[in-house]
Design a protein around this ligand. Structure first.
Ligand code: NOJ
Ligand code: CA
Length: 673
């Protein structure tokens, strides 16, 4: 019976060439290969292997719709279309200047073998460092609007292994400590999620170009099978609602022989579209001071009152500090009205109305006279809709005041943001649902019109959109340095060595490194050595890096502070010299437009001795290595401040032995002669 039905369907089927064998596409170096096949009931599945060894076993593709039959069974696989691409593009700013975008592409149309023959394309782009695939829905009579209840994409890992991940759906969004489990113990997880497979292959699953769609999480089904679980919609909305034609985000798999290869991969950026903004030279990568840490230590307040932080006088002090030390910006939080009762509500915020003791025009003029930019701050309390209503007024004011970068904030529990829905009404929303995804891109594109760059906290995850919109400069989206001020607990020593191989694969993070005052409101204070705080400036990539500690803590410690003054924020090249997820990592970066190199090395709670050949340095050049290393008695539990600063002459032929204390690190500037 089934066969007869099938045959009848084929007879009525529109003329489409079908693929005779399961289509395959391989990476330019031939190591990674992706195959598309269909099960006996016509469910399409993709499988990935590397060097002939399976990494992803056949894993289904498809969609569950809320107002129409699901789209996954009875799929006929069309004849594949192949193409190649090889181009090198330049980043306006970044962890490296030039990026090669080299892939083999396979496009396949999947068509239902029954009426009304709904269809979509699956496009695979296979690189040497991984792959991306997405669904593309063309315009068609019987699939005009999709209400997606769930995406049925799966990732069935073909080997056992270790996974590093944070839970999805938790109240504190992305601000969590990482789990390290077997693949089978993964629960409901956010991406990026990183794996070390049994044979040592490293793999990270994430997404690229998340535009007008819901963020993808993964849920464990059985054995090693993980399944997409899109962020929920709000108030009865489907998880995603889109009219065809449209494309989903890319589902990405970064693959490497070791952990460092994942960090060096540019896959996520390559899968995004080229720069749509043109010249963004009005934004310059910079280090910035701020009226900020004082509030997190509860010495000052965001709200107006006797301990108000954002006073004209205090901001001036920070402008002076920035100017004296060559930092480009000063962030000011708590400058605008509405901070009295804001957490998770945000209704009172006015983004164009300063508190009476903050003289915006005078400060703008003062900053300008000192060659410093004020950095704006728009905390929304998660009330994205209220903020959208004021976007123009807010950015117009900033532009008038010479502000070219704004930090935004969405402090509300997960599921408690407020966003405009597709019906134009305000709904409670998840931070990574479709409506918030739209909101963030709206803020970024509106800001670009005013030559303003955006750095959101409590953001939507990074999916490489900085390539397309290079004013989307950084974001938080993980447990940042602020947890060392008041966290219960703070950030343990393994936190950053884990994030480098997980969260940071997505893109830049505004972590706020560089704390010297180790006693805070958090019971364990700052759980690193000083040398590790310095090394964060190199190991955590961001085109804006804060210099967050109290001015007096820097003034009292000119020795280690010198590294923070010297370290660059924009790079010609970045190399991962060694590392294991959650244990340690050493990264070297060459300054953009200069000859100096910087190196940062960090470890978890274990001390380490790492031999580092300096072969990354320019051949034939001599360097003075200015070394900031843990003192012999340094320890994150004891003498965190113990640091040795010394110099030696080196060339690319030398090898250094880095001795890292428990919870320690090392930072080096290689000054070219
Ligand atoms: C949380 C942000 O991460 C932090 O940097 C900011 O100071 C507060 N929200 C207030 O906006
Ligand atoms: Ca935060």
């Amino acid at each position: 019976m089934l066969t007869r039905l099938f045959a009848l369907a084929i007879l009525a089927f529109p003329a489409v060439a079908l693929s005779a064998t399961p289509p395959v596409v391989t990476s330019p170096d031939g190591r990674i290969s992706v195959q598309l096949s269909a099960s006996t009931d016509g469910r399409a599945a993709y499988a990935v292997s590397r060097d002939g060894k399976p990494i992803i076993a056949p894993s289904p593709l498809g969609f569950l719709l809320t107002d129409a039959p699901k789209l996954d069974r009875g799929m006929l696989i069309g004849e594949p279309e192949f193409s190649q691409f090889d181009e090198t593009w330049e980043q306006p700013w970044g962890e490296r200047r030039f990026i090669r975008n080299h892939y083999n592409q396979m496009r396949v149309t999947l068509t239902e073998n029954f009426k009304p023959f709904r269809h979509f394309d699956v496009v695979f782009r296979v690189y040497d460092d991984g792959l991306g695939f997405r669904y593309e829905f063309p315009e068609q009579e019987n699939l005009k609007e999709l209400k997606i209840g769930e995406e049925l994409t799966e990732f069935d890992l073909a080997q056992d292994g270790t996974a590093w991940w944070i839970a999805a759906g938790e109240f504190n969004r992305e601000e969590q400590l990482y789990n390290r489990t077997t693949v089978g113990e993964v629960g409901y997880a956010q991406t990026p999620i990183t794996f070390r497979l049994a044979d040592g292959t490293h793999l990270s699953i994430h997404e690229a170009a998340l535009v007008d769609y819901s963020g993808m999480n993964l849920i464990h089904v059985e054995k090693r099978r993980l399944k997409a679980a899109l962020t929920p919609g709000s108030d009865g909305f489907a998880k995603v609602e889109r009219a065809a034609p449209f494309n989903t985000p890319w589902r990405t798999l970064q693959v490497g022989d070791n952990a460092g290869a994942l960090v060096e991969s540019s896959l996520i950026l390559n899968l995004n579209e080229p720069n749509k903004l043109g010249d963004v030279s009005w934004f310059r990568p910079m280090k910035y001071a701020g009226v900020w840490w004082e509030m997190h230590l509860d010495r000052k307040t965001w709200e107006y009152g006797p301990r108000h932080g954002a006073t004209t006088e205090n901001v001036k002090k920070h402008i002076d500090f920035a100017a004296e030390n060559g930092f480009g910006g000063v962030l000011v939080e708590g400058w605008n009205v509405g901070w009295e009762d804001w957490f998770g509500t945000g209704f009172d915020f006015d983004f164009a109305k300063p508190y009476p003791d903050f003289d915006f025009p005078a400060l703008a003029a003062y900053a300008k006279s000192k060659g410093v930019q004020l950095i704006g701050h728009h905390e929304t309390g998660g009330n994205a809709a209220h903020y959208e209503d004021q976007l123009d007024a807010a950015f117009a004011l900033d532009r008038k005041m010479g502000v070219h970068a704004v930090k935004t904030g969405y402090v509300a529990d997960a599921g408690g943001a407020r966003a405009y829905g597709r019906d134009g009404k305000v709904h409670l929303a998840w931070h990574e649902g479709q409506d918030m995804v739209r909101h963030h891109l709206k803020v970024v594109t509106e800001a670009a019109k005013y030559q303003i760059a955006i750095n959101p906290h409590e953001p939507v995850k990074d999916t490489g959109l900085r390539r397309t919109y290079p004013n989307w400069i950084s974001r938080e989206g993980a447990r940042g340095g602020e947890y060392d001020a008041w966290g219960q607990p703070g950030n343990p020593p393994e936190h950053v060595p884990t994030m480098v191989f997980t969260r940071l694969l997505a893109g830049p993070m505004d972590y706020t490194p560089g704390i010297f005052g180790m006693k805070t409101r958090s019971p364990n204070g700052v759980q690193t050595t000083w040398a590790k705080q310095l090394a964060f400036y190199v190991t955590i990539y961001s085109p804006i890096q804060m210099v967050p500690d109290l001015v007096e803590n820097y003034e009292a410690n000119p020795g280690p502070f010198q590294f923070i003054k010297d370290v660059a924020v924009d790079w010609e090249e970045s190399k991962v010299l060694n590392g294991e997820v959650g244990d340690y990592v050493t990264i070297a970066r060459k300054v953009r437009g200069g000859n100096d190199w910087f190196l940062g090395s960090i470890t978890d709670e274990n001390p380490r001795e790492l031999k580092v050949p300096l072969s990354f340095l320019d051949k034939g050049r001599k360097y003075t290595a200015q070394i900031y290393r843990d003192g012999p008695d340094a320890d994150w539990k004891g003498k965190r401040e113990s640091i040795v600063i010394e110099q030696r002459e080196v060339t690319a032929g030398d090898t250094l032995t880095l001795k890292l204390a428990p919870g320690g690190g090392q930072a080096i500037r290689f000054m070219a002669h």
